[in-house]
Design a binder for this molecule. Sequence first.
Ligand SMILES: [Zn+2]
Length: 567
Amino acid sequence: MFDLVIRNGTVIDGSGRPRKVADVAVQDGRIAAVGPKLGRGRREIEADGLLVTPGFVDIHTHYDGQATWDPFITPSSWHGVTTTVFGNCGVGFAPVRPGQSAYLINLMEGVEDIPGTVLSEGVKFDWESFPQYLDALASLPRAVDVGAQLPHGALRFYVMGERGADHAEVPNQGEREQMTQLVEQALRAGALGVTTSRTTKHKARDGRFTPSLSAREAELFSLAEGMRRAGSGVLQVNSDFGPGEFEVLDAAAKLAGRPLSVLLVQVDAQPRLWRETLDQVHGVRAEGRAANAQVGSRPIGVIMGLETTAHPFAAHPVWRELRDLSPAERYGHLTGDAELRRRLVQPDGGGPRAFMAEAFHKMFPIGDRPDFEPAAENSIASIARRSGRTPQEVALSEMMARDGKGLLMLPFENYAHGNLDVVHEMITDPATVLGVADGGAHVGVICDASSPTSLLTLWGRDRARGPRLDLEFLVAKQTRGTAEAYGLDDRGLLEPGHKADINVIDFEALALKRPEVVYDLPAGGRRLIQRATGYRHTFNAGVETVHNDELTGERPGRVVRGAGKAP
Ligand SMILES: [Zn+2]
């Protein structure tokens, strides 16, 4: 008798092969069989008409802190995700010397927009080395598997002290040797990769650039040497690219003998730069080495409302008068005081608001079914023109709608041309893997951790403004594809011997809800979340973690140490 049999589901197994109606049997946390008319199970689920897929593997998250206090890793766990990888983009919380966590919090707060108060209250920092951090993670049973990477920013600060926080400082030979040793130590303990940031977008809260911004070859090669010695791990990079940059990163990956994974988004200022970078990734692959580009499946969308970090009035002097009020008090003032509203929508003469003021043509109200490819005629600017109001008036009234919970979306990357054609080109490229969703980060600004759901709904069903994609392809991209990018060969595929991480999905009902602002982080910290409907069951190692879109409270998830073992 099997532990679990899922009967008659439409099995999309993660390989990209065509779907088939079959039973899936689970025994001892692994897939035992996939086929017709399998034997009895202690538990049986009728999945006629439902999709049965592997659990989703999200390799680009920033749950480094949250994973130490939240066993449920929401929002990802609400979206079919059974494995998350964090420590991306050079930021994280180990290694750390006793008493020196403040700098790492300041860096994470600035780079990934996770409030410092949340982190200082939520993260215990009862570790020093990276292996100790993995042990701390392992001590908390959780709903979702987690894998951690060694962040260059933390490593630099650990080795170089305060000098390490200044990106212009260069490590001496002894420091470089120590970096090599610590990289090797972390990878041998189970780190899945080494990550670095070379983008001017990343600044610590104190205003300084991210410490790894301009690390020279000798320093990067010292990290690579540690990877070479350990013989494992991915080199993950977030860079602005430009002349000579890719070559340096590639040289490091080549020395390491390990895969290179670069973040790839379309930026408005250079809308074809991503294509050049992707061509370079192809060049590496043509030489027989492993490299990929991590791409998103939708625009990177800033979400704006009266309770979020960014919105068109955030820097307005009138808004500043309201800043110290609670959200409810502020909304009360705004509803009760027409003069206040009138003053708030008066342009205040540019300054920090200029960006927002110019962006009304690409700012869109978020409806009950969020639209990730909004058309220009639905922008705040278009609505204003049609209704004879100013864009400011429209924006304010949209944000005040739904009892002050109305939201706007400003797609700021992957949307230079006002449609998702570029994203189609990115996700169908064989050298890309899905990444970029940033679960756990930018919590007051974006909520792209819901991307695995919109990947299926948008590209597999709802897209109206261009071609859609086969579900077989989409599922493979978020399961086998992402798992393989990190060598996690034990998951991402519904085949005997693989880990029984499984989603049972009612595809007709699968939908994203509107994002919401909630105050459930440590110290009452605020974050954006987004729920979904349509997840009938999610299993991690055969244990049900989600039932009818709600967490069951089960915590079978583990720390993934090193690449998974092939069955
Ligand atoms: Zn990131």
